[in-house]
Design a protein around this ligand. Structure first.
Ligand code: SAM
Ligand code: SF4
Length: 323
């Protein structure tokens, strides 16, 4: 079992397979053009898998594939199959912007992918385009329908932003509710890579908007999930991911691996240790030692809490950590 320096059990790895993306979301990587890390610095699937196997052997039972946009990586289904063939019970999921999902959903399902989280920030074509800096809505909506059709468990991720989509919270909630999909509204996490004019809504502001139409009951955090769940009168549940809250990190059960091979203990901080050299040599022992070292130093909590975030911004790039 993997345990960090604060006694938290780590059973969840989020692995980024690329930092590249076909969107330029204002809150993530707004600049165009963008300078990418060279392709030769990416770990191969075999190298990423060497690390995952160490985790799985030590009790990791949840793996989320993310990016950048993970569907840009060729042969992703083969990577999923590698994991699934190694341990069939692993909960393998993906976070995607959905743009390319329609064409590959069935292949990913057949390979062993179980769950898909799709980012949907707006149901208005021009707002979706303004946020992603590309005309994306039609493809994303088709991706969601296809994901449901092939039988994935689907969740929607949505980041409410002032002046962009803050008038669509009820619409996004109802879109998801009508399809029996859980939506999770994510508080915008301030960082130095985002457009500096972006302002997000805090969880309370999001719930208050939903309360204008619905009665909302607090449920609580579900296990180690970062989402705080709320319930409408008809039993439909939605989540708020609220890293600005103090209790958010208490049950953190995850670490992240970037596409270049850095293990990141916390989404907020710059600290990371590279396993690239070790996995390239196929050195399982050295890789495992680096993992143990990272866990020892996993921070107790992030610094997005409301007063600290005004003093300094996180330098972490979401397109590298995978969110
Ligand atoms: N490209 C995929 C996508 O957009 O779903 C996967 C990677 S993206 C970094 C993962 C999640 O992080 C997305 O749901 C996205 O909305 C969220 N995200 C990115 N930047 C964020 C920020 N600054 N604050 C909050 N959420 C953010
Ligand atoms: Fe790309 Fe996802 Fe970042 Fe948007 S949030 S730019 S889709 S990685």
């Amino acid at each position: 079992m993997l345990i960090d320096g604060f006694g938290r059990k780590i059973n969840y790895i989020r692995v980024s397979v690329t930092e590249r993306c076909n969107f330029r979301c204002q809150y993530c990587m707004p600049e165009k053009p963008f300078s990418w890390i060279p392709k030769e610095n990416l770990l191969s699937f075999e190298e990423l898998f060497l690390f995952l196997k160490i985790g799985i052997d030590k009790g990791v039972n949840k793996i989320r594939i993310t990016g950048g946009e993970p569907l840009l990586r060729t042969d992703l289904d083969k990577f999923i199959k590698m994991i699934n063939d190694y341990r069939a019970g692993i909960d393998i999921s993906i976070t995607t912007n959905g743009y390319l999902l329609k064409g590959v959903a069935q292949k990913l399902k057949d390979a062993g992918l179980k769950r898909v989280n799709i980012s949907l920030d707006s149901l208005k074509s021009e707002i979706a385009q303004k946020i992603a800096q590309k005309d994306v809505l039609k493809n994303v909506l088709e991706g969601i329908e296809k994901a449901l059709k092939v039988g994935f468990k689907v969740k929607i991720n949505s980041v409410p932003l002032k002046g962009f989509n803050d008038d669509e919270i009820i619409d996004l909630l109802e879109y998801s509710k009508n399809r029996d999909i859980q939506i999770r509204f994510i508080e915008y996490m301030e960082n130095t890579h985002a457009d500096k004019n972006i302002k997000g809504l805090y969880g309370k502001e999001i719930v208050d908007k939903i309360r204008e139409k619905y009665e909302v009951k607090k449920i609580g955090r579900e296990g180690s999930s970062p989402a705080f769940l709320y319930e409408l009168e008809d039993g439909y549940r939605f989540g708020i991911i609220d890293p600005h809250k103090h209790d958010f990190c208490e049950n953190c059960n995850r670490i992240r691996l970037t596409a270049e091979g850095s293990i990141i203990p916390c989404l907020y901080f710059d600290e990371a240790m590279s396993i690239a050299e070790a996995v390239k040599k196929g050195d399982t022992k050295a890789t495992a030692e680096i993992l143990i070292e990272v866990l020892k130093n996993k921070p107790e909590k992030n610094r997005w809490n409301e007063s600290l975030v005004k003093q300094e911004l996180s330098n972490r790039a979401f397109y590298q950590t995978g969110g």
